[in-house]
Design a protein around this ligand. Structure first.
Ligand SMILES: Cc1cc2nc3c(=O)[nH]c(=O)nc-3n(C[C@H](O)[C@H](O)[C@H](O)COP(=O)(O)OP(=O)(O)OC[C@H]3O[C@@H](n4cnc5c(N)ncnc54)[C@H](O)[C@@H]3O)c2cc1C
Length: 477
């Protein structure tokens, strides 16, 4: 007898209840990954995510091989491929981890129907979240739409289940079903524009564990360091969490265990970190309850918002050529590494939706294609938060000043100098506002505005005024 484990965004062996359930049956286990971009609706993995996925699948297969097992790779719809695999293996059970994306849920339902019709036992597990979204409710029984009470409920409510260890053994079937080679999935970009990614990232479970270990060593400082893009003060676990190379339960439990070992209770840094994991949880619960939000504002009155159209402005923003050094640094960091610091994501998003008045969905789509951690729940929450149209969103009339933000979070301009090298010789005073530098200073730094670096795409004052006028036109306050 054989059981299939259908891997999805849970590319690990540790804390994997679906894998554990299959192993516990004491039968052969066939681990399967199905590349099915067509199943994802409008949100097939973007180019940067595919790069990550390629390496993560390689790593998972490698790990499975150490147990005498392997990863079967297929391409097609999950429904067709699972159906074929049941025929090929004679599997009597299928186990998998639940996802919250609406298209993924639709596929799950179709797979469940197919399995039931064929008399195959199936079970799905929550492995990607701290809690099942259906179980975290406000006193009136609805979903939380404000973060602070959600965070409080998480701390006061049902305990987070303890993570479970990876299995020690995986029984192989007598005959393996057909598998594609990883290269046949064609996940890597051609030409290879992602060559820089490998310098920064180690996709796979071992990479996730190494990153978690690094986090624990520095966690006491997380609270003071996390807002500084010029330093390496955050965990960079987001792509590992998105692809499920580590479970949030595991990270949570390790943080608590670390703090108990080294201190009497969680440090300020540790609590601030757990709070960020709770934002991830909040985003996923919201997507579960409001599946329309990747395409539509949660706050309906924003559907009437008078967005501008300007492909030139959009392109300038995408390429990191807005003339605002701090924003441009972020957009170029994104292009080069597949990641951008959270503070800069907030500012870059704000510039797009407020100063440029371009629809947040354009920004979300660009991030989707270029982030290695592109995640439908987190990306939707992040963009709707910045656009002021989502749950617990920043009010639309609060408009970040890109210069003030740069000076506050990158005071010596180190971040800008790294990613916008044409400005690197400017003195600190003007690094975030080159257009205000005297001509002699610009000359000495080798900066010719309009030639080596653009003028601001719109002045902060004019952008701010235009955004507020647009806001009053639809009277959303
Ligand atoms: C416009 C915008 C778009 C975003 N798009 C994504 C996205 O597609 N994928 C993604 O994972 N995050 C997204 N974020 C959230 C956040 O920027 C990243 O999670 C964070 O920068 C990842 O870096 P880190 O792992 O070092 O974070 P850390 O500071 O170490 O945080 C730990 C973990 O908590 C979670 N987290 C942290 N901040 C948030 C947040 N604001 N919302 C939800 N989860 C959070 C992440 O899983 C992260 O790995 C977006 C934020 C904004 C403002």
């Amino acid at each position: 007898m054989t059981a299939i484990v259908w891997f999805r965004q849970d590319l690990r062996l540790d804390d994997h209840p679906a894998l554990r359930a299959a192993v516990n049956r004491g039968e052969a286990v066939v681990p399967v990954y199905i590349w099915s971009p067509g199943d994802e609706g409008d949100w097939a993995p973007g180019a940067a995510s595919r790069w990550w996925l390629h390496h993560s699948l390689f790593s998972l297969d490698d790990q499975l091989k150490r147990f005498g097992s392997r990863l079967i790779l297929r391409s097609g719809t999950a429904l067709d491929e699972l159906s074929a695999l049941i025929g090929e293996t004679g599997a009597t059970a299928v186990f998998w981890s639940r996802r919250v994306e609406p298209a993924a849920i639709k596929v799950e339902r179709a797979v469940e129907r197919m399995l039931s019709a064929r008399g195959v036992m199936w079970e799905l597990f929550n492995t990607s979240l701290l809690h099942d979204p259906a179980t975290v409710r406000t006193k009136s029984g609805g979903p939380y739409q404000v973060f602070t009470p959600f965070w409080k409920a998480l701390q006061d409510g049902t305990e987070i289940a303890q993570p479970i260890a990876a299995p020690r053994q995986l029984a192989a079937p007598r005959k393996w079903p057909k598998s594609l080679h990883l290269e046949q999935l064609e996940l890597l970009p051609t030409p290879d524009w992602a060559s820089g990614f490998g310098l920064m990232w180690s996709p796979g479970e071992a990479g996730a564990q190494a990153q978690t270990k690094r986090l624990l060593g520095e966690i006491a400082d997380y609270d003071s360091e996390r807002d500084r893009p010029d330093r390496d003060g955050t965990s960079r676990l987001s792509p590992h969490l998105h692809f499920g190379e580590v479970s949030p339960r595991r990270v949570w439990a390790q943080v608590i265990a670390h703090e108990t070992r080294h201190r009497s209770g969680p440090s300020k840094g540790a609590l601030a970190y757990l709070r960020q994991l709770a934002w991830r949880e909040f985003a996923h619960h919201l997507l579960h309850h409001f599946p329309q939000t990747p395409a539509r504002p949660l706050r309906d009155q924003y559907s009437r918002f008078p967005w501008r159209r300007s492909s030139n402005d959009l392109r300038a923003w995408q390429r990191g050529l807005t003339g605002y050094p701090y924003v441009d640094a972020g957009m170029r960091q994104l292009w080069s590494t597949g990641w951008m610091h959270n503070r800069v994501r907030m500012l870059a998003a704000s510039l797009l939706v407020k100063h440029l008045l371009l629809d947040w969905r354009h920004g979300a789509a660009w991030f989707w294609d270029t982030l290695v951690d592109a995640d439908l729940a987190n990306n939707t929450l992040g963009w709707q938060w910045c656009a002021g149209c989502g749950a617990d969103a920043a009010p639309y009339f609060r408009i970040f000043n890109p210069v003030t933000q740069g000076r506050k979070f990158d005071p010596q301009g180190r971040y800008v100098r790294t990613w916008v090298p044409e400005l690197s010789s400017l003195p600190d005073e003007f690094i975030h506002r080159p257009w205000e530098a005297p001509a002699a200073v610009l000359r000495a730094a080798g900066v010719a505005l309009g030639r080596t670096y653009p003028h601001p795409i719109v002045s902060h004052e004019a952008g701010r005024r235009r955004a507020l006028e647009a806001l009053s036109a639809v009277k959303v306050r």
